[in-house]
Design a protein around this ligand. Structure first.
Ligand code: 6GU
Length: 229
């Protein structure tokens, strides 16, 4: 999988992409992530990426030229056809990111993420360049950079071979629309607080049944909306 990110704040990505599982996925060659500074695709000497909105009003609008040029250059370098790449715009106006959407997007070989800015982007980018618009929830952020990192993290861990244990993907929250059951580790008695007896029993049938019932109970209490699905 290849992910290219187009942003006016490339420095925001380095510390996040170069840690933990996302870093290891790149080192292992499971995913190639490249961050592109939108300013490098401008044609004027001031490297201008935004301009005042036609019709007036507050705020600035991201210009189409640098974004179109960036996407075209990335496609050339990646040798991917228009069909093989999926261009995603991160914007609060997009489809809300869910585990199902992440799973769907993780099947693509090449994604280009454009980090939008709330004040706006030229509508022609949406109309003629973007395949899908994604939001990470109903709240307002200053830009699409953090959402792009959230999306990359959600996608990378779904790429085959990135997570060590196959089970860790199957039994986690939202798989089967259930929240996770409670976990415990050593010591069995900590400051007077014990551990459910069943987990120490060694009886795997009983343990599985307990975990399933705890997951259901927890989902009913906290996220009854998930059970309706
Ligand atoms: Cl993708 N962008 C911005 N600016 N704010 C958001 C968002 C995206 N998703 C939730 N809030």
């Amino acid at each position: 999988m290849r992910i290219d990110i187009i942003t006016i704040f490339p420095g925001m990505f380095e510390p996040v992409l170069n840690e933990s599982i996302v870093k290891r996925a790149q080192t292992k060659g499971k995913v190639k992530i490249q961050v592109h500074d939108l300013r490098n695709f401008t044609l004027d000497k001031h490297k201008k990426v935004d301009d005042r909105p036609f019709g007036g009003g507050a705020g600035m609008v991201l210009c189409p030229e640098p974004i179109f040029r960036a996407v075209e250059a990335i496609r050339r370098v990646a040798r991917s056809s228009k069909r093989a790449t999926k261009v995603i715009l991160l914007t609060p106006q997009g489809k809300t990111l869910t585990q199902a959407l992440a799973k769907n997007l993780s099947k693509h070989k090449h994604l280009i993420l454009i980090c939008g800015h709330y004040e706006g982007i030229d509508e022609r980018i949406r109309q003629y360049l973007v395949d899908e618009e994604v939001s990470i929830g109903d709240y307002v952020l200053t830009g699409g950079e953090l959402p792009a990192m959230v999306l990359v993290d959600a996608l990378v861990r779904l790429v085959p071979g990135v997570l060590g244990d196959k089970n860790s993907l199957n039994f986690e929250s939202f798989e089967g629309n259930l929240l996770e059951y409670p976990h415990y580790t050593r010591p069995a008695l900590f400051r007077g607080m014990g551990v459910p007896e069943v987990l120490l029993s060694g009886d795997h049938t009983r343990i599985e049944a307990w975990r399933r019932s705890e997951a259901l109970k927890r989902t009913k209490q906290r996220r009854p909306d998930l059970l309706k699905k």
